[in-house]
Design a protein around this ligand. Structure first.
Ligand SMILES: Nc1ncnc2c1ncn2[C@@H]1O[C@H](COP(=O)(O)OP(=O)(O)OP(=O)(O)O)[C@@H](O)[C@H]1O
Length: 353
């Protein structure tokens, strides 16, 4: 048992799920037998109240009564509001350790990214402390962000009611997770797209303009063009030889298809394929973006002369000449600068789909 039927708001990462069981619920005889702890499923909703400029928090308040009606009969609904960046990660780890059946990210791609990273600790899936070894916590998503790009791969809209119905239906599929290692050697996990150079720089600046909604991506891109140069990058695929790609504008590594608020950048990616799809844009000038933007949004850019793509299990990317200023991001979150390494963890997480 993770927490009571009543929604519980937890301002700090360390919430004792089991402690709430006895106070919030009268489990009477079952509780003493130890069976009741697993008789109702425990679903933890990790809500970023500041997502989409605060819209996530407002929508969540409206959604909660509906959620209770649809799920409350079968599950303990545990609401956990994040207090700031990275909090979703801590909440998720704690919930999994305490035996939650599902952790559901409520917010945008940044919140989902943090929840996914919370499934891991020191490179491994976080184990549950009080469940059978075969128990696994499922991941869910109520997309309520600015871009909500991950949801687009499945054709989902920012519709929280539809998302609740998916969770009620309970159908799950296995999702691959990308692993990305930054300059410091520290591992991070991504579920959507990791990208390098211009797009990552644009993402970095877009995060500063979120108050303008989806326009943040336009402002971010315009800002990123200032001082941008297409650089030669070294790429090593699947542990092979280093290969030089000249004048790289952006290199994108997709577990899923969309980034930047709806751009279908890695159109052949499939988060259940066991592969990452790499798309490299070379020697793009600013006017190429004007002329080819519609193709990037539709995902029809792979046939362009200066675009290449391939399916990989792992990829390493480094500067041909050391520069230390080539941006790297994963799932729209700034990670640092090159060099970087990515690989895939196939079928790592059960996902409500
Ligand atoms: N309570 C909080 N206050 C401020 N920032 C928060 C809080 N909780 C989480 N965050 C941060 O907000 C960032 C953005 O949130 P989120 O991704 O949910 O919304 P978004 O940026 O509007 O959507 P998208 O990423 O889909 O464009 C997250 O990366 C997270 O670190």
């Amino acid at each position: 048992m993770v927490c009571g039927i009543a929604a519980v708001t937890m301002p700090k990462p360390s919430f004792s799920l089991r402690a709430e069981q006895s106070s919030a619920l009268d489990l009477s005889a079952d509780a003493t037998s130890g069976l009741a702890s697993h008789s109702r499923r425990d679903f933890v909703f990790v809500v970023n109240p500041k997502g989409a400029n605060g819209r996530t928090g407002k929508e969540w308040k409206k959604l909660l009564p509906y959620l209770r009606t649809r799920l409350g009969g079968h599950c303990n609904i545990c609401e956990s509001i994040t207090s700031g960046p990275s909090h979703a990660m801590d909440i998720t780890r704690e919930a999994i350790r305490e035996g939650a059946d599902a952790v559901i990210a409520v917010g945008g791609d940044g919140t989902l990214h943090e929840v996914v990273n919370g499934f891991f600790w020191a490179g491994n899936l976080v184990p549950s402390l009080d469940r059978r070894p075969e128990h696994s916590t499922a991941l869910g998503l109520i997309p309520l962000g600015t871009g909500s790009d991950f949801a687009r791969t499945f054709g989902w809209k920012n519709d929280p009611y539809e998302a609740v119905e998916r969770i009620v239906r309970g159908f799950k599929s296995k999702l691959d997770v990308g692993i990305i290692t930054g300059q410091s050697g520290e591992q991070h996990f991504f579920i959507n797209v990791a990208d390098i150079h211009l797009s990552a720089k644009a993402g970095y600046y877009a995060s500063k303009f979120k108050r303008f909604g989806n326009l943040c991506y336009v402002f971010g891109a315009l800002r990123a063009f200032i001082g941008h140069t297409n650089w030669d990058l070294k790429v090593k695929v699947n542990g092979g030889e280093w290969e030089v790609f000249h004048k790289v504008t952006a290199l994108c590594i997709g577990n899923a298809k969309f980034f930047g608020g709806g751009m279908k950048i890695t159109p052949t990616a499939d988060p259940s394929s066991g592969n990452l799809e790499v798309v490299i844009l070379q020697d793009f000038k600013w006017y190429d973006f004007v002329l080819k933007l519609h193709k990037l949004y539709k995902g029809t850019h792979l046939s362009e002369r200066n675009v290449s793509s391939r399916s990989v299990k792992s990829i390493e990317v480094a500067e041909e000449m050391c520069r230390d200023d080539i941006y790297v991001q994963s799932d729209g979150e700034h990670l640092g600068f090159l060099p970087t390494k990515c690989s895939i963890l196939p079928a790592a997480i059960n996902f409500f789909s």
